[in-house]
Design a protein around this ligand. Structure first.
Ligand code: PHB
Length: 390
């Protein structure tokens, strides 16, 4: 009799514990956010983490009746880490999405895992064209280097720049930037007079800058990934390339708003083509920049916007599926999605799952005592032109 009563009490206790416990697994949507929070690309991870948190503060942490649980992991931008972490998140934590990816090799390392697990991989930072072709479960909210490099090449041709020396980071997005720039620039009659590639990790630009100076180009085309522009511009000014009249042109990564204001006057007048400027004059962007500054005490750059739009895409896809976490339904829901981002109007190309967005030509100017990329020309709804021809 006593034992029976004890059993009943135990069972009742367990039921109470269950009902008071954390949200049940089926009521929670888990997002594995894999970004570099340490190492040379840490500023990318911090911007994305900040922006995702800001978005969730503004929009709540429940979507279509599901609680959103973001699990943040640092891969230090090392693809072996990315792969191991993605595997653990999928197998142990049973995440419904993987997201983030600060560099191309990280996004590529995760692609086969997304395919195998049939869950969406939302690429918020990496920019090599080929990424979205590596899994039918990938959607991208960042950009491609083809989008900006072709446009700055055409601008250079039209603006009397005839000889260019190139300096690009020696890995996949640097090669995309260089190849798309070269193709458009030389087709327009331009000439490449010097071509150097710098290592991704801790690059010392000084010896290369001397070679650039000696080649006496009209301008130098530069791609370095987010986080490296400050150091590059410091060495550029120290070597006197600004004084020698060699202007920097390129995709806007080198003029990341995150670092721009500390670059000093050597950056003034730099013209780049890019997808986001903190000075983008829309009401939505003004609100975004103000909220980000208030929360984190610095200016958001383009990586923050990739993160903000990436979490938005996840929220909207979940709304469309009514909270269902079937990976095929989620990726279908993402195709063709259109919305207004702090960068301007954007959409997800239903064929390629890649981002379609405006590319702006901007010039660094002083506004109210601070350096900004001021947009002066817009190319609307630019698709990635770098896909493999099928
Ligand atoms: C990339 O690795 O794909 C990447 C990283 C940072 C950038 C652009 C591209 O600014």
């Amino acid at each position: 009799m006593l034992t029976r009563r004890r059993d009943v009490l135990l069972a009742a206790g367990a039921a109470v514990a269950l009902s008071l416990g954390p949200a049940r697994a089926e009521d929670t949507v888990k997002i594995g956010l894999i970004v570099p929070m340490t190492g040379g690309q840490a500023s990318t991870g911090k911007q994305i983490d900040n922006a995702v948190k800001l978005y969730m503060q503004q929009h709540g942490d429940t979507v279509a009746g599901k609680k959103i649980d973001v699990i943040l992991k640092d891969d230090a931008a090392i693809p072996d880490n990315t792969k191991r972490i993605a595997q653990e998140l999928i197998v142990n934590d049973k995440v419904n999405f993987i997201a983030g990816f600060g560099v191309t090799p990280a996004a590529l390392a995760a692609a086969p895992l997304a395919t195998q697990a049939k869950i969406p991989e939302v690429v918020m930072a990496a920019g090599t064209s080929i990424i979205t072709e590596k899994s039918p479960y990938i959607a991208r909210t960042s950009f491609t280097l083809a989008q900006s490099s072709t446009i700055i090449a055409d601008w250079a041709v039209k603006n009397g720049i005839k000889k260019v020396a190139t300096l690009t980071s020696d890995y996949a997005p640097g090669n995309d930037a260089l190849n798309f720039f070269r193709e458009h620039f030389t087709a327009g009659g331009g000439q490449i007079v010097e071509e150097v590639k710098v290592p991704l990790q801790n690059p010392d630009f000084a010896p290369f800058l001397q070679r650039m100076k000696d080649a006496k180009p009209d301008a130098m085309f530069v791609f370095v990934p987010a986080g490296q522009g400050g150091n590059f511009m410091k060495q550029y000014a120290e070597r006197g390339l600004d004084k020698a009249g060699i202007k920097v042109i390129g995709p806007g990564d080198v003029m990341d708003d995150d670092l721009l204001n500390d670059m000093g006057d050597a950056a003034l007048g730099t013209v780049t083509a890019h997808i986001y400027s903190a000075a983008h004059p829309s009401a939505m962007n003004k609100e975004f920049v103000a909220a980000y500054k208030k929360a984190y005490n610095n200016r958001p750059g383009f990586m923050a916007v990739g993160g903000y739009d990436g979490i938005h895409l996840i929220y909207e896809a979940l709304k469309k599926t009514g909270g269902k976490t079937d990976g095929d339904a989620l990726i279908e829901a993402m195709k063709g999605m259109k919305w207004e981002s702090p960068r301007g109007p954007i959409s997800i190309d239903p064929e390629t799952r890649d981002i379609v967005q405006n590319v702006y030509i901007r010039k660094v100017e002083k506004v109210d005592g601070e350096l900004y990329n001021v947009e002066f020309q817009t190319f609307e709804a630019v698709k990635d032109s770098g896909k493999t021809k099928k």
